[in-house]
Design a protein around this ligand. Structure first.
Ligand code: FEO
Length: 391
């Protein structure tokens, strides 16, 4: 794949991977992107996962023709991108590693040596001329590790964005970008909204025609859309109005309540209502939907005097990613001691700017007239404010 006359794609698609980062389901695979810039000097942008050493080195050799690389720019040390640094340096003994001081320490930790005589340490904002192309390094700490930097090529106006703007799925997977990019962003970088905002501010002054991330497709069109989504996600703003109902159910009674609430909301005209059975759905999708929509209802049973395990995991996933700025309602179920509304509320205490619904639904074993009336109250409260907007 050609990015420009001088920049070629040399990454790989991983179609056999089951869990990315050991936890995220990726039914459409994953790509580990790498690029080469062929100028008077030749720069390679990152390596790929250890499972693809030979394919990547072959891709690189083919792109180089008779030339040899001068630099390996290491933007990120997570092994899905850095695993082949030592192999590269062995294959190309004249090449130098371009990185920052934090990267050097990690290279030593991963490879047992820091290749001191082969380092070119760059500072934030520093330039490196390749000839026609000048690379500017933009530190992006915690997007998604502390050593991360992005790289801007002012000639072809390409932002090499490291993990930023990546998405699950092979680079050529024929899927809309937004959903798998959101699941990727919220899952992996969601905790670091402030740091992403800082990078977006730095990027504002750059003229960008192409975003070349380390995962997923190279973005060449409609960049304002992708940047705007990153701005929404990293500022924890609402992307779409709607209600997510996340539930766990043992014998189906809590599920019935969740589904009845969904029906009532839809009947009231709410356009977006999303149900997630937390024991069976992809947890990372449920979490990313909670960040996508404006309102969330948590419905769960009491179990061992506490919250049912999958709901515990879900709420923990929200809290550790900085969930905030949303409306939250509760449905609790317990045959002799329903206590989970209070406990879920407590788990969410550190989340900023949550509006908690006044109408909590308490079910004792199964829905009855009283708890159904409470559901009506919760439905009405969730719909309030949407009467004029068409929901
Ligand atoms: Fe794709 Fe943070 O590694």
């Amino acid at each position: 794949m050609k990015i420009s006359n001088d920049i070629k794609y040399i990454g790989v698609n991983d179609t056999k991977i089951d869990l990315f980062e050991g936890q995220y389901k990726v039914p459409l695979g994953m790509s580990y992107n790498s690029y080469v810039i062929l100028d008077e000097k030749v720069a390679v942008m990152d390596t790929v996962d250890a499972a693809f050493t030979h394919e990547w080195l072959d891709n690189l050799e083919k792109a180089l023709g008779s030339r040899k690389p001068d630099y390996l720019v290491v933007q990120h040390m997570e092994p899905d991108h850095s695993a082949n640094i030592a192999n590269f340096l062995k294959n190309y003994p004249e090449a130098k590693v371009v990185c920052n001081a934090k990267t050097v320490k990690m290279i030593e930790q991963f490879f047992g040596e820091s290749y001191e005589d082969r380092q070119l340490i760059v500072r934030d904002g520093e330039n490196l001329s390749l000839g026609r192309h000048t690379l500017t390094f933009i530190y992006a700490p915690m997007v998604h590790w502390p050593e991360v930097m992005m790289t801007y090529d002012s000639k072809d106006k390409v932002l090499f964005s490291a993990d930023g703007f990546g998405r699950f799925g092979t680079w050529d997977a024929d899927i809309p970008w937004d959903d798998e990019a959101r699941r990727y962003y919220i899952g992996i970088v969601g905790k670091y909204g402030v740091q992403v905002q800082n990078v977006l501010k730095k990027a504002q002054s750059l003229e960008i025609d192409v975003i070349a991330p380390l995962h997923g497709p190279v973005l060449k069109e409609n960049l304002a859309h992708y940047i705007s989504l990153y701005d929404i996600w990293s500022s924890y703003a609402v992307e779409d109005e709607g209600v997510v109902i996340a539930y766990t159910s043992v014998y189906g009674n809590t599920k019935k309540a969740a589904e009845l609430l969904s029906d009532k909301l839809l009947y009231s005209g709410v356009k977006n209502v999303v149900l997630h059975d937390l024991a069976r759905c992809d947890m990372s999708l449920a979490i990313s939907d909670a960040f996508r929509y404006s309102k969330l209802v948590l419905a769960t049973t009491t179990y061992n005097g506490g919250i049912f395990p999958f709901m515990n995991e879900f709420i923990h996933g929200l809290v550790e990613r900085g969930f905030r700025n949303r409306t939250v309602g509760f449905i609790e179920n317990g045959t002799w001691a329903p206590v989970t509304a209070r406990q879920m509320n407590k788990m969410l205490e550190e989340c900023k700017n949550l509006t908690l619904c006044e109408n909590t639904v308490t079910i004792r074993s199964a829905l009855n007239d009283a708890s159904t009336a409470q559901l009506d109250g919760l439905c009405k409260e969730l719909c309030s404010g949407w009467e004029q907007t068409g929901k």
